[in-house]
Design a protein around this ligand. Structure first.
Ligand code: FES
Length: 108
């Protein structure tokens, strides 16, 4: 079963038709080609999949796009300008709670 979801991803409106069970991480990587968001544990433990949803750090491996209708999603690609990271829209310390615990998580 699929559902329609409208998201603003990195400042761009995206209307998506996604399976209801597909995670935000899968949609970002597989459907939108935003591979800067990394697969890690997929258990909500490592934090390598963290994105901002309406400005709040969110583990995309645990988030379902169907529950995020109308939200603004910012990935690491949305924080880059000309291939370089610029001043992050993330609040100071936003990613501290979701730091990777393993270098293995950063390799794919
Ligand atoms: S992949 Fe999401 S917390 Fe590890």
């Amino acid at each position: 079963m699929k559902t329609r979801v409208s998201l603003n991803v990195n400042g761009e409106s995206r209307d998506l038709l996604v399976p209801v069970h597909k995670t935000l991480l899968e949609v970002l990587r597989e459907d939108l080609g935003l591979i800067g968001t990394k697969h890690g544990c997929e258990l909500g433990e490592c934090g390598t999949c963290t994105v901002l949803v309406d400005g709040e750090p969110t583990l995309s491996c645990l988030a379902l796009p169907a529950a995020l209708e109308g939200s603004a999603v910012t990935t690491v690609e949305g924080m880059a300008r000309g291939g370089e990271l610029h001043d992050s829209p993330a609040p100071p310390g936003a990613f501290d709670a979701h730091q990777a615990r393993s270098s293995r998580c950063l390799s794919t």
